[in-house]
Design a binder for this molecule. Structure first.
Ligand code: SF4
Ligand code: SF4
Length: 293
């Protein structure tokens, strides 16, 4: 079983659309389980027009709960909370929304009056599409521990892969460089970093590459809308060559992609003869080579 994660330092560069097309193409050759670890804004199921099969609430976060019968009002917990999540009043009050469940207040409480209780912070949705299954994480609005929820998504995807004898997990990862990205990279075989030729996308990709380097995971770069600014595209290629990363594909700006998104169909299915589809098919062939290695 192989696991490929598609990431982008910056949001909105076309990561999910490319992942959807790759899933569609690779599922012609392999048994594929897809995972959406962009738990703050999951949308792979929407891009693929998938149907919800089932969901499970997930408790992957903790919150401080004070037992006022035991609390003497010493306020040590207020001083211990680095997130300013406990308000000093007659008795301390926990602001549940900002509590990170770190447990510091519970450690300093001399009366053992604070317990960290597991709470539901998200859910795992299972979708069906074509001959694939999508495991998608969804963080409850305002909740924390998105990295922990990503771990649950990946574990569920792995279990589903083993149970169905699938060959490949294709992960649509989150943008940025935070906890969900780190959890997405952990244990994968290959990372594809999607970017576009703009100065901000290049800057965000460089930060992402720093995170990936920590894990020493093999990585290739895909430049989406590669022809919108040749000078910036060249800068990405120079960066890739200097750091030893392969440019796996340069997908031209192509209206077929937004048109396919509006139909909730991958571009390689909706417009198989389009310029972008041709390049994504070559990218898929490269991934097949990688998987076979
Ligand atoms: S540290 Fe414990 S006893 Fe002191 S105010 Fe907080 S909850 Fe109450
Ligand atoms: S668990 Fe951590 S974040 Fe939450 S109230 Fe206690 S010290 Fe603050």
């Amino acid at each position: 079983m192989k696991e490929i994660v598609i990431l982008s330092g910056k949001g909105g560069v076309g990561k999910s659309s490319i992942t959807a097309s790759l899933g569609y193409l690779l599922s012609k050759k392999y048994k594929v389980v897809m995972a959406d670890t962009d738990v703050d804004a999951p949308n792979l199921d929407i891009v693929l027009g998938a149907r919800l099969r089932e969901y499970n609430d997930i408790k992957a976060s903790g919150k401080a709960i004070i037992d006022y019968e035991k609390c003497t009002g010493c306020m040590r917990c207020v001083d211990a909370c680095r997130f300013s999540s406990i308000i000093e009043a007659e008795k301390p009050i926990v602001i549940s929304f900002s509590c990170e469940g770190c447990g510091a207040c519970s450690i300093v409480c001399p009366e053992q009056a604070i317990e960290i209780k597991e709470i539901t912070n998200g859910r795992i949705n299972i979708f069906d599409v074509e001959n694939m299954l999508i495991v998608s994480g969804e963080l409850i609005i305002g909740e924390s521990s998105s990295g922990h929820l990503v771990d649950v998504v990946k574990k569920t995807a792995k279990d589903k892969t083993e149970a169905s004898n699938a060959d490949l997990i294709l992960v649509d990862g989150p943008p940025g460089i935070g906890c969900p990205v780190i959890s997405s990279i952990k244990g994968c075989d290959y990372v594809i970093a999607v970017t576009e030729p703009t100065p901000s996308a290049l800057s965000d990709m460089k930060r992402l590459i720093e995170v990936i380097n920590y894990f020493k995971t093999s990585t290739g770069i895909v430049i989406n809308k590669s022809d919108i600014h040749p000078e910036s595209a060249q800068k990405i290629k120079d960066f890739a060559s200097e750091k030893g990363f392969k440019i796996l594909a340069e997908i031209p700006y192509d209206l077929s992609i937004p048109n396919a998104i509006t139909q909730a169909v991958p571009v390689v299915k909706a417009y198989p003869e389009s310029q972008s589809s041709t390049v994504i098919k070559c990218l898929s062939d490269k991934l097949i080579d990688l998987i076979q290695q």
